[in-house]
Ligand binder design. Structure first.
Ligand SMILES: Cc1cc2nc3c(=O)[nH]c(=O)nc-3n(C[C@H](O)[C@H](O)[C@H](O)COP(=O)(O)O)c2cc1C
Length: 327
């Protein structure tokens, strides 16, 4: 049984990766029934939180049906991170996750996210401070290093563990790679198999099929897998991976009717959460995933990109369903 503090996550947990502008409550509520064992909010700026910026505080909204859930925070200033941890705890998540992996220039130029991989002393001090300032378990998500010449995850992992964090997720890319190339899980496996590492180690990067998940599980012996992009518009990836790992069964993509129904549920949640116009517009980033592999989808896709109301969008989705039922 993999555990983070008192949170029991099963034998081989599948985690939903934190994703900015993707992991809102609507997306998470769609994902959860498919078997994500632990989910995260998108990263939340500690500076935004302590200034009570609406853009940041609204990301703290979580509900019981999403549990267990972690709130992810990032920042460059230790005092701000302490205060942000306290504010995040008030939202009653199950754990606090620190982001030491974000590669975005705006973030690293301020010394936050992956920039801390270049300042390990500060990273450790920051982590100790966060761990001390909450009664919740603290976890960390990071990368294998800053660039090709400084893949320091082995060193960082042991030192992070000593701060009292209770799990570590490693994305198998360097900051320099951003999202380019392929994730290299070799170092993730080495960290996992380091006899000094006792906390759960989760692998992350490029998991987009049950077979790939099974391969990484077997090859690198990780305690669980975190899935990001592979889940966008494809929430059933979680149940499909579980079915494959447990029973060796490779499930086909859901029927169009089911996909449209999941998409409609997502649309409704999105509109409830953000209001009609924003809720509809923000659905666009998930539609490709939901409709992946559908034949003759292009005209419908174009139509979906021109809808602005719930009714219009639902109408196109109904037409997609009809067209495929009539094939
Ligand atoms: C749109 C997008 C937003 C992301 N936002 C975050 C974030 O807020 N916090 C974080 O730790 N990682 C973030 N990531 C990185 C993912 O959590 C994950 O590490 C990365 O996408 C690799 O996993 P994947 O190949 O399964 O997508 C983001 C990735 C994407 C594509």
């Amino acid at each position: 049984m993999v555990k983070i503090g008192n949170i029991e996550l099963g034998e081989f947990p599948l985690l939903l990766a934190p994703m900015k502008d993707i992991n809102d409550p609507a997306f998470r509520k769609v994902i959860k029934p498919f078997g994500a064992d632990l989910m995260f909010t998108e990263f939340i700026s500690s500076e935004g939180l302590i200034r009570n910026a609406f853009k940041s505080t609204r990301k703290l909204i979580i509900s019981d049906e999403e549990r267990p859930i972690g709130i992810q925070i990032f920042g460059h200033d230790i005092d701000s991170m302490i205060r942000a941890t306290e504010l995040a705890e008030e939202a009653k998540p199950d754990l606090i996750d620190i982001n030491y992996g974000c590669p975005v220039r705006k973030v690293v130029n301020k010394g936050a996210g992956a920039a801390l991989m270049k300042d390990v002393y500060k990273m450790i001090e920051m982590t100790k401070a966060v761990v001390r300032s909450t009664s919740l378990p603290v976890t960390v998500k990071t990368r294998i290093g800053w660039d090709d010449k400084s893949k320091n995850i082995m060193d960082i992992a042991e030192r992070l563990q000593d701060t009292g964090i209770q799990a570590l997720t490693i994305h198998g890319r360097t900051r320099a790679q951003i999202y380019r190339g392929t994730a290299d899980w070799t170092l993730i496996g080495e960290v996992k198999n380091n006899p000094f590492i006792k906390i759960p180690v989760f692998g992350n990067g490029d998991i987009d099929s049950p077979q790939k998940a099974a391969k990484m599980k077997e090859r690198y012996n990780v305690d669980g897998i975190m899935i990001g992009r592979g889940s966008i518009g494809n929430p059933w990836i979680f149940s499909h991976i579980k079915e494959y790992l447990d029973k060796g069964i490779l499930l086909p993509a859901p029927e169009i009717k089911e996909r449209v129904s999941i998409c409609k549920k997502h649309l409704l949640l999105s509109v409830e959460l953000k209001g009609e116009r924003t809720g509809v517009l923000e659905m666009r980033k998930y539609l490709n995933g939901y409709c992946k592999g559908m034949k003759n989808f292009k005209p419908y896709k174009l139509a979906l990109l021109q809808t602005f109301t719930f009714a219009e969008t639902e109408d196109v989705l109904n037409k997609i369903e009809e067209q495929f039922l009539n094939l």
